[in-house]
Design a protein around this ligand. Structure first.
Ligand code: NZQ
Ligand code: ZN
Length: 406
């Protein structure tokens, strides 16, 4: 195994009955909590009022900041930080999907640093790497997708530059995260599918590029992939089943808590670099949907270029019982089987199906390299250039939607 440094400081409370414990924990950290929410789903369902009453019965004062959009805008984060400052918040509680959690992290950093604009702190901008602290953060995720409730990462969009970039800082970890599957039963099927795609991507990225030296990371990741592959269709059939929802929710946390990478050789998040550039340019593209669109094209491109063939082959053997006699064939067979799963689960489409114009491929590819690359390439066991990215984008055009998206 390769050396690693793993620190997972977030307390995780799982289960609907953990509300009181969650509120108790928060009362030890804060008196005034700004609750950050998205476009209103948690309010419509009454979840927000429930959480507010839990906090208030612990004598915690709350105020709500509403309106975080999917692929959260830097300006909204700036506005939220100002509102938190005016309220005198000593903690930010994110109650929503990855977008809400990431926005709360950005606000927490601005609040602590007494700054007004988050965009200069993202990767590729002039204050990148200079987050010096953040107000305490707590999370209640309502999607099974990003694992932002345990990651040190915030992903921020800026429509003015049609860009989407990241801040990674140890200060951005949630103190305590409450995973309550009941809050995810209201998720529409499209968001559920998008989230499952995102979970898979987090384990795939490290699996594909991480080499063979951490057999435990392999088995750990395979368990997550297998669980998601078999659970998503069941959740779609029984959306109110909190047990099934809980399985996806826990899978999402486990897929990006650092365990999936421990002991492997370091690797970049290449699909994420490409996808963030896409949804930065087209903010209506959901992150998980963009990733689902890239999978078959990127996987085939890798195998055609003799990269990670043995890793794809191992996934084929272990997940789909592929019995091909040599790795190249097994790798391609894995990709076909996985592609079939994407089709069966309404996650199969081309970039133009998502509204991405072929005319913009080059500009999107350049953004991915400029912000996420080094020496004018991304790195996936060899360089991935701007032209390669454009090739991969074009290859998605062979992926024809068989069922309607949604
Ligand atoms: O805004 P509301 O009304 O809440 O509606 C949201 C939104 O429209 C809805 N939703 C969320 N919970 C719901 C619900 N609808 C009904 N019932 C519920 N319980 O779902 C829609 C999508 O929400 P969003 O938060 O955008 O989705 P997701 O959780 O997939 O987050 C995506 C964002 O996270 C970033 C992505 O790039 C993207 O910006 N990521 C963050 C990461 C991190 N911080 O570590 C890692 C990931 O790889 C990812 O990049
Ligand atoms: Zn992701």
């Amino acid at each position: 195994m390769h050396k690693f440094d793993l620190h997972i400081p977030t307390r995780i409370l799982y289960g609907p009955e953990q509300g009181t414990k969650f509120a108790n924990h928060i009362s030890g950290l804060a008196d005034k909590v700004m609750i950050i929410i998205g476009g209103g789903s948690v309010e419509e369902k009454g979840y927000l009022q429930f959480v507010q009453s839990l906090l208030e019965s612990n004598k915690i004062q709350t105020e709500v900041f509403r309106g975080i959009e999917p692929n959260p805008h830097s300006q909204t984060i700036n506005n939220g930080a100002q509102a938190a400052r005016e309220f005198g918040a000593d903690m930010l509680l994110a109650f929503g999907g990855g977008s809400v959690m990431d926005a709360a992290k950005g606000m927490a950093a601005l609040l602590y640093m007494d700054e007004t604009d988050i965009w200069p702190y993202v990767r590729g901008e002039k204050k990148s790497g200079r987050i010096t602290g953040a107000a305490p953060i707590a999370c209640i995720p309502t999607t099974a997708a990003t694992a932002s409730e345990v990651t040190p990462v915030s992903v921020i969009s800026n429509p003015e530059v049609r860009g989407k970039s990241v801040i990674a800082s140890r200060h951005l970890r949630s103190e305590v995260s409450w995973l309550n599957p009941d809050f995810t039963t209201s998720l529409p099927s499209t968001v559920t599918r998008d989230g499952a795609s995102d979970i898979l991507s987090h384990v795939f990225e490290n699996y594909i590029l991480g080499g063979n030296d951490s057999p435990i990371a392999d088995r750990y990741s395979e368990a997550i992939i297998e669980t998601v592959l078999e659970t998503l269709p069941k959740v779609i059939d029984s959306p109110n089943d909190a047990g099934l929802r809980g399985t996806l929710l826990w899978a999402s946390t486990l897929a990006l808590n650092g365990m999936q990478q421990a002991g492997r050789q370091p690797g970049e998040f290449v699909m994420h670099s490409m996808e963030h550039a896409i949804s930065g340019f087209y903010p209506n593209v959901a992150h998980g949907r963009g990733l689902a669109t890239l999978y078959p094209a990127y996987f085939r491109w890798m195998v055609e270029h003799n990269r990670a063939t043995d890793r794809f082959a191992q996934l084929g053997t272990r997940l789909f019982n592929v019995t091909a006699d040599e790795p190249h064939r097994a790798a391609l067979e894995f990709i076909s089987r996985f592609e079939q799963w994407l089709q069966d689960n309404e996650l199969y489409q081309s970039l133009p199906d998502l509204g991405v114009s072929t005319e913009n491929y080059q500009q999107i590819a350049r953004y991915a390299i400029d912000v996420y690359g080094q020496d004018k390439t991304l790195s996936a066991l060899g360089p991935i250039t701007e032209e390669h990215i454009v090739e991969i984008f074009h290859a998605t055009e062979d992926q024809h939607t068989q069922k309607s998206v949604g």
